[in-house]
Write a protein that binds this ligand. Structure first.
Ligand code: UDP
Length: 469
């Protein structure tokens, strides 16, 4: 028996091997185990598993960190997908074939060991995991790791609004109206919804989202499909109102760990002691810059950022991943600037000297900065980041969205201007910092004992238990 007298559940969380997917999966896994007493196993692709657990007995061996077990599935690319070498459309078909086969074997193995999985929780880009679960007679639920607003945009696109969005994007009509959402400009919508028909890569990702929403449309023994969402009740208004009679949605965020995690990431920590360097800076003086784990930051953008940061005269800590560094690139650092290849972002955002986050607006970064109370300059790159930047700037008021030029590059002068707005003494900055404090408090309230997200997590558990009987 688990807590609250229900049967103990065993959740298997399946994650794509990307940092922005693995982080919210690991953190919700810990929360599910510690709050509800459930048994939790996380499965990502072998390539990711090997990097996360380099000292495991065997490279594909099960690992248990005390709260959560990790067992990898194979996407057929156990040495990792090689950008520029491997073909992304072949990867898309291989992960379905190999992933289905090896995930199925994991479910069999766990059952044979007396650890039968009772619910498969799958994240973005993995619709095939639903079929595997159902072949084993196991319930499944989607774990949506982007905002509810983005979920609503996709939902409406796949339920009758595709033509409206596509024609508006082509005709450059700037604003679309979707049910129960404030008017959104084309530039605020997820990039995959507005990509041109020649953009085959975006189209293939959109097809993957379509497959996920198709699965959600299929009834589960006459019951509404379940979606866990990394957002919280008071954050985005009732944007899912028209969808809620079709699905059971449980807002259980912000899924940001209470304790700063010290385990490994898919990227190696920079050896520079950036935390010690932050200690030497005055409160709220440092600009932290990072565009996440996937966005390719190209040379023209790098040069504008260097110039903008230097001209702003504020100390800065900048994450420029190794794969974005071309040969011959000069990243001259002085007392007032540090460039690292990867850092512990949550630790950095929690440091008192950090006064602004120049971010690509990945949803994890957005929730982390909100939870830590750091105002933002948004420079969205692709996917949901444009909608997240809109939320951050126009709905939550916790920062500004920077304007980019025709090449999509943020010019130095614009970066300087935005930093002045957010960190300066003007009215704008003061208003932003007040909002940031308010959201920090609301985020704290959303996850404590008896909070809305905890109640929703229990409601989800109750629903799973009812469906398993
Ligand atoms: N991150 C980190 N160190 C870095 C850069 C990023 O720990 O130097 C983490 C960050 O805290 C976040 C994740 O990587 O949890 C990135 O996810 P996000 O959704 O923000 O963006 P993505 O990388 O998916 O574009």
């Amino acid at each position: 028996m688990g807590l609250h007298g229900q049967e103990q559940q065993h959740f298997l969380l399946v994650s794509y091997p990307a940092q922005g997917h693995i982080n919210p999966v690991r953190h919700i896994a810990v929360r599910l185990a510690s709050v509800t007493g459930a048994c939790v196993t996380v499965s990502t692709a072998v390539s990711g598993h090997r990097i996360l657990f380099p000292s495991a007995a065997g490279p594909d061996q099960e690992v248990n960190d005390g709260a959560v077990s990790y067992i990898p599935f194979s996407d057929g690319y156990d040495d990792g997908f090689k950008e520029g070498v491997d073909d992304s459309s072949r990867y898309a078909s291989q992960i379905v074939i190999n992933g289905s086969r090896t995930l199925s074997a994991i479910l069999d193995r766990l059952e044979a060991r007396g650890r039968r999985v009772t619910c498969v929780l799958y994240t973005l880009l993995l619709p095939w995991a639903v079929d595997v679960a159902h072949q084993h007679g196991i319930r499944s639920a989607l774990y949506w790791i982007q905002p509810a607003t983005v979920f609503a945009c996709y939902y409406h696109y796949f339920h009758g609004y595709d033509k409206l969005i596509t024609t508006h994007a082509e005709d450059r009509v700037p604003v679309v109206s979707l049910p129960d959402l404030p008017p959104l400009r084309i530039r605020d919508l997820p990039t995959f919804l507005t990509a041109t028909s020649e953009d085959h890569y975006s189209k293939s990702i959109l097809d993957n989202f379509r497959a996920v929403f198709d699965k959600l449309d299929q009834e589960d023994d006459g019951r509404r499909p379940m979606v866990l969402m990394n957002t919280f009740d008071s954050l985005e208004g009732d944007v899912l109102r028209p969808i809620k009679d079709k699905m059971e949605v449980f807002a259980i965020g912000p899924v940001v760990p209470k304790e700063i995690p010290t385990g490994s990431d898919l990227f190696k920590q920079d050896e520079k002691d950036y935390m010690k360097w932050l200690d030497t800076k005055p409160a709220r003086s440092v600009v932290y810059v990072s565009f996440g784990s996937l966005s390719a930051v190209k040379r023209p953008q790098i040069e504008e950022i260097i110039l903008g940061l230097k001209e702003s005269g504020r100390p800065y800590l900048w994450v420029l991943r190794n794969d974005c560094r071309e040969e011959g690139l000069e990243l001259e650092e002085g007392d007032d600037g540090m460039v690292v290849s990867w850092c512990n972002q949550l630790q950095v955002l929690s440091h008192a000297s950090v006064g602004c986050f120049v971010t690509h607006c990945g949803w994890n970064s957005t929730l982390e900065t909100l939870t830590c109370g750091v105002p933002t300059v948004g420079v969205p790159q692709w996917s949901d980041q444009r909608t997240n930047a809109w939320l951050m700037d126009e709905i939550l008021g916790m920062g500004v969205r920077a304007e980019v030029n025709e090449e999509g590059v943020l010019p130095a002068a614009e970066l300087r201007r935005c930093l002045e707005v957010v960190m300066g003494e003007g009215e704008g900055g003061e208003g932003i910092r007040k909002k940031v404090e308010m959201w920090k408090e609301k985020a704290r309230e959303a996850v404590g004992e008896g909070s809305s997200s905890e109640r929703n997590l229990w409601a989800f558990l109750g629903e799973i238990s009812a469906r398993c009987n």
